[in-house]
Ligand binder design. Structure first.
Ligand SMILES: C[S@@+](CC[C@H](N)C(=O)[O-])C[C@H]1O[C@@H](n2cnc3c(N)ncnc32)[C@H](O)[C@@H]1O
Length: 219
């Protein structure tokens, strides 16, 4: 997401009429889809190692914090099978309306009301995970660094378990500062992921930040 004004507040900016506003903003749709396109390209980035690129229709992608479904819709247009998950019914209902407009019966498109920090999914079931402008919110309400790190580690460990062998994650998000960026990345590194971050403007606070991660397979 490109910053139009200031960063959104969670959950207030995604409730009731704010969810409507979010869903009706043309620039928001454009930004979410542009960023999602970058995430898709990063999924196949050679820096994450060799990958045998199958047909997109052979992959199941999890969209964490799918909101009103802009990112999920683009993933479906690419031909991926998609599970979108979001915590807020006001947002997810709109994603569900979007889903009704997608008629392709061959493609899986499921929406789940749930928490990224407690995913109701089977182990080794997901090929890829993306998250666009949502993952920074998972530490919402955590009061100190100890609490944040504990939650980030637990979530990274869960994400590792649900990913298949060679599974990959690309997260675009808004860490508060460099320290926060490091604790997000580290939560993955200590939970059997290789990876790194890409910052569009390394010297500035603004600009987009991506985590690119690949699961380390343990026999
Ligand atoms: C910027 S919006 C969604 C962007 C999304 N990529 C789209 O295309 O609309 C961020 C979303 O993250 C969701 N979110 C925040 N924390 C969450 C959590 N812990 N679990 C699931 N969803 C969460 C919010 O409810 C919100 O809908």
């Amino acid at each position: 997401m490109t910053r139009k004004k200031k960063l959104p507040r969670f959950p207030n900016d995604y409730l009731g009429t704010k969810a409507n506003e979010y869903n009706n903003q043309i620039w928001m749709e454009r930004n979410q889809k542009q960023t999602t396109r970058r995430c898709i390209n990063f999924l196949f980035d050679p820096c994450l190692g060799d990958i045998h690129h199958k047909q997109d229709s052979e992959y199941l992608i999890l969209d964490l914090g799918c909101g009103t479904g802009f990112s999920s819709e683009l993933l479906i247009e690419y031909g991926f099978n998609v599970i979108g998950i979001d915590l807020l019914p006001d947002m997810l209902l709109k994603a569900n309306n979007r889903k009704k407009g997608i008629m392709d019966k061959k493609t899986i498109f499921e929406l789940v009301l749930g928490n990224i920090n407690n995913l109701p999914l089977r182990i080794n079931s997901i090929d890829f995970i993306i998250s666009v402008s949502a993952y920074n919110f998972i530490i919402y309400n955590k009061k100190n660094n100890h609490e944040k790190i504990k939650l980030l580690n637990k979530t990274a460990s869960q994400l590792n378990r649900i990913l298949k062998k060679n599974g990959r994650i690309v997260i675009e998000f808004y860490p508060y500062d460099q320290y926060e960026l490091e604790i997000f990345l580290n939560s993955f590194k200590i939970n059997n992921f290789n990876g790194f971050y890409i910052k569009d403007n390394p010297k500035q606070k603004g600009g987009q930040t991506f985590l690119l991660l690949t699961k380390i397979w343990q026999k």
